[in-house]
Design a protein around this ligand. Structure first.
Ligand SMILES: [Zn+2]
Length: 130
């Protein structure tokens, strides 16, 4: 296991040896996976590197399953890349929190329910079939 000094040293070597555009590319690519999550997040924030579109799409598709995992206490077992994306992306994080809140309200029977449901006028169907 690398010490924090080795990790930060590696990060600075990566930065010092590369022009700006290459640093951005490296931080976007899987090469950045050698860095611990907080350091990677810091580096991405410093260079203003947004999460890629695929990560958003994958995360949005997995949100409901992620909320289920959280509710079942199995969040740690969930796909690490999705969990990590939630930490890095404010938009996906706020959707996640909203969905989790709704699920928890539903679990505790506190989800507001309408006192009455509208009854739509479907009489035109009789005219069509009659
Ligand atoms: Zn996102």
């Amino acid at each position: 296991m690398q010490s924090i000094h080795q990790v930060i040293g590696g990060l600075f070597q990566m930065i010092a040896a590369s022009p700006h555009s290459q640093i951005r590319q490296k931080l976007k690519s899987s090469e950045a996976d050698i860095l611990p999550t907080p350091i990677r997040q810091l580096a991405r924030a410093v260079w203003n590197i947004p999460s890629d579109r695929k990560a958003h799409t994958r995360c949005r598709a997995a949100l409901a399953a992620l909320v289920d995992a959280e509710m079942d206490g199995e969040l740690a077992l969930f796909d690490a890349s999705v969990r990590e994306h939630i930490l890095e992306c404010n938009r996906c994080a706020s959707l996640y929190v909203e969905l989790l809140e709704i699920s928890l309200l539903d679990l505790f029977g506190r989800l507001p329910r309408p006192s009455s449901f509208p009854s739509p006028d479907l009489s035109f169907l009789e005219a069509l079939h009659g």
